[in-house]
Design a protein around this ligand. Structure first.
Ligand SMILES: *Cc1c(COP(=O)(O)O)cnc(C)c1O
Ligand SMILES: [Zn+2]
Length: 422
């Protein structure tokens, strides 16, 4: 098992050793940050020692993770992360932006950002010799846990709301997890999975509960850091008048708030190591019907008041976000903000990203919908370099995608019939 100093509560600041706690702070239920030995890392590694590693996966960043390299042959668990970044020149033009990119997390092994968290949690589960892992999920976290578990022969139990999109439920079943559909919301499934975990001694992956999910998710920040070193250099080559330009702004959709907190943590790790001079701007996007974190941000508080979530973007449909406090801070401490978008704006964004060859699920498209709104509100300027995350594949929710387009005509198989509709 990898040695790391321990954990620190994000609410009360209490520090714990590795063996003392497993999930959240025993005093106040606060989310725990994994504490790394930054002095040791700084002495042992230069940034180039990391960037020159050749693994095309999140395991490239092993020296900055609190787990050891997963054992065994190459599997989907070994392949999580290292997703591509694409330029979106036509959409940039339509939004009057100079520089717009998208990092496509739908290319992870089970087609969502959640693979980053699940790869690291399953690796941790193997290290502590957990017999069974469990999670509550709106679909993607479960698919990722089931897929990463299947890859290495780990037993997994998944609790999902019975309303989860069919493709996500199919993934759970195909990966051979024990799937339990709950007649209730994601929040009901969450509470039930924690009870079951305590009752049966299962190792619980729940988002905003297990501190290792954040450690997996932070690897996206490391990839963005590496990509930006290159992209930024090219950018300066093209335009030598650029001297003092605005920082990179990252748009990410937010449900429980664990992805945005993970990205923040990754950049904070790099800042603590002295490997970057400052943090990028991080802007969270929530669905209007599921906006507990955005509400807290704009009310200037860290108290998260639950909502009755209602949105087509099932992956960010959350009554009580489990990582709300850190998610508020991710925007507040980076000069970012929160934007809310309607379901119609989300659906429209699915089709707009489609015109660039990217197929997002609704929660993935929400980040882009947030950018569209941010440009109209003047939250970002036309010279701001922007990176949008697509967090999940449109193939996971085809029904939502079909709402973004006209259905195709059906014709008899003759050229005349083709001529009539062309
Ligand atoms: C889980 C998820 C999110 C939101 O992540 P949180 O950590 O819950 O904020 C966004 N998009 C997709 C596709 C997801 O699966
Ligand atoms: Zn605490």
């Amino acid at each position: 098992m990898k040695n790391f100093p321990g954990y620190k509560c994000s609410l009360c600041g209490t520090e714990y050793l590795q063996g003392q706690v497993t999930y959240t702070c025993p005093k106040d239920g606060g989310n725990l940050d994994v504490v790394l030995d930054y002095d040791v890392i700084r002495k042992k590694f230069q940034p180039e020692d990391i960037t020159s590693r050749t693994e095309p996966s999140l395991w490239k960043y092993l020296p900055l993770l609190p787990v050891d390299e997963p054992q065994g042959d190459s599997t989907p668990l070994h392949a999580a992360g290292w997703t591509p970044v694409f330029a979106l020149p036509r959409l940039a033009k339509s939004l009057n932006l100079k520089h717009l990119w998208l990092k496509d997390e739908s290319r992870n092994p089970t087609a969502s950002f959640k693979d980053r968290a699940s790869a690291v949690v399953v690796t941790r589960a193997r290290e502590i010799k957990a017999e069974v892992v469990v999670t509550a999920s709106t679909g993607n976290a479960g698919a990722a846990l089931a897929g990463m578990s299947a890859a290495v022969g780990q037993k997994a139990v998944i609790f999902a709301p019975k309303s989860a999109p069919q493709a996500k439920v199919a993934q759970l079943l195909i990966f051979g997890a024990k799937v339990i559909l709950v007649d209730g919301t994601y929040d009901d499934a969450f509470d039930l999975s924690v009870k079951a975990s305590n009752e049966f001694g299962w190792y619980c992956r729940n988002t905003g509960y297990n501190p290792f999910t954040l450690e997996g998710k932070k690897t996206a920040a490391f990839e963005i850091w590496e990509w930006w070193i290159e992209a930024h250099r090219d950018w300066h080559k093209q335009d030598s008048t650029l001297d003092d330009h605005p920082p990179l702004t990252i748009f990410v959709s937010v449900g429980d708030g664990n992805i945005i907190s993970g990205i923040h943590k990754g950049f904070k790790d790099l800042l603590t190591l002295g490997w970057i001079p400052n943090l990028p701007r991080i802007i969270g996007v929530q669905a209007e019907g599921s906006a507990a974190i955005a509400n807290a941000f704009h009310a200037n508080t860290e108290i998260i008041t639950p909502v009755s979530a209602m949105t087509i973007a099932d992956s960010i449909s959350v009554d009580l976000p489990r990582d709300g406090v850190r998610a508020v801070r991710a925007a507040r401490q980076t000069d970012g903000t929160y934007i809310t978008v309607t379901d119609d704006e989300i659906i429209k964004s699915i089709a707009e990203l489609g015109t660039m060859g990217v197929f997002p699920e609704p929660a993935g498209a929400a980040a882009y919908a947030g950018l569209v709104k941010a440009t109209s509100l003047g939250v970002v300027g036309s010279d701001h370099p922007i990176l949008v995350l697509n967090t999940g594949s449109g193939l996971k929710d085809v029904r939502a995608a079909m709402r973004a387009v006209h259905s195709a005509p059906i014709i008899e198989p003759t050229l005349d019939a083709v001529k009539r509709i062309i």
